[in-house]
Design a protein around this ligand. Structure first.
Ligand SMILES: [Fe+2]
Length: 288
């Protein structure tokens, strides 16, 4: 797997700097990669002890979907539904051990329920690299009644409940194969822990917990809005421009599930972003 970093580019002297200058690109890349440990995505069995996992499932699945934010980008109910701190602490400590890095902190978590909606919206996850904070992520399978692969880098992971994929969504290309079923009763649930490092770009310049070099802090305005800055956007576009073809060439050789090119969110989906009050199609059927 080629991690999309300039140092890994096979032809670094002939890069077309179409969206960003080389100097600006490397400066932003450095803010994303400093202190980060890189590894191939991997699967973990029994992420939580059984009693903890059962308790977690109970909490997450007790939320009524109508009260959970629905994302029009990925057609899934997705919200940081409240969970006790012990689950977060356990996940952070476990990832430190699994990855072999001490500098891991909690960023945020998201519970996701995937199912066809009453409006016929079908779950999807197009090929991308995250703009969301995430040098490390735990993708924990919570439940459901079907498989749904998660391709991270060069591996298609098919998981069972309480198995987790540990990956680096800021650096690993990832997508899910097409949902490819119109059965409204099918669903798939996951919980994501997005973990950061102490000098991650989402930590504001003025935060006492960060220790970035002064020249880096003087150059960029860090914090949640950093990803909306021109520098970050130029970097993100340049990165896809430099590495998409390399990823697709590798992808074609390995025989992974097809990339769902036709399942890209529209501009209108991006505008709506998230809303509440969406119901699954099968719930409506039950009420009839
Ligand atoms: Fe992602």
């Amino acid at each position: 797997m080629i991690t999309p970093l300039y140092a890994n580019h096979p032809n670094p002297d002939n890069v077309d700097w179409k969206y960003s200058s080389k100097e600006e690109y490397l400066a932003v890349e450095k803010t994303l990669t400093d202190d980060v440990v890189f590894f191939e995505p991997f699967l973990v069995e029994d992420f939580f002890p059984k009693e903890m996992f059962d308790e977690l499932v109970e909490i997450l699945t007790s939320y009524k979907l109508d009260n959970v934010d629905f994302s029009h980008q990925m057609n899934k109910w997705e919200e940081g539904v409240q969970i006790p701190q012990k689950f977060i602490d356990y996940a952070v400590e476990k990832v430190k051990v699994l990855v072999g890095v001490e500098d891991v902190e909690f960023g945020y978590h998201m519970y996701a329920h995937h199912q066809i909606t009453s409006e016929g919206r079908v779950p999807r996850l197009p090929l991308h690299i995250d703009h969301a904070p995430g040098p490390y992520m735990v993708d924990l399978h919570i439940g459901g009644n079907r498989d749904w692969g998660f391709v991270a880098g060069n591996t298609n992971f098919i998981t069972k409940p309480n198995q987790a994929i540990i990956c680096q969504p800021q650096f690993d290309y990832h997508y899910r194969p097409s949902w490819s079923n119109d059965d409204p009763a099918e669903y798939y649930q996951a919980l994501f822990f997005h973990l950061i490092n102490k000098n991650h770009w989402c930590v504001p310049n003025e935060s006492p917990t960060q220790s970035r070099p002064k020249e880096i802090n003087d150059r960029f305005k860090f914090g949640k809005l950093f990803r909306e800055s021109e520098e970050f956007n130029n970097f993100a576009m340049q990165r896809r421009y430099m590495f998409d073809k390399l990823y697709l060439d590798e992808h074609a050789k390995i025989g992974l599930p097809p990339i769902p090119w036709s399942e890209i969110p529209t501009a209108a989906d991006a505008d709506i972003h998230q809303r509440k009050g969406v119901s699954p199609l099968s719930d409506l059927d039950k009420d009839k």
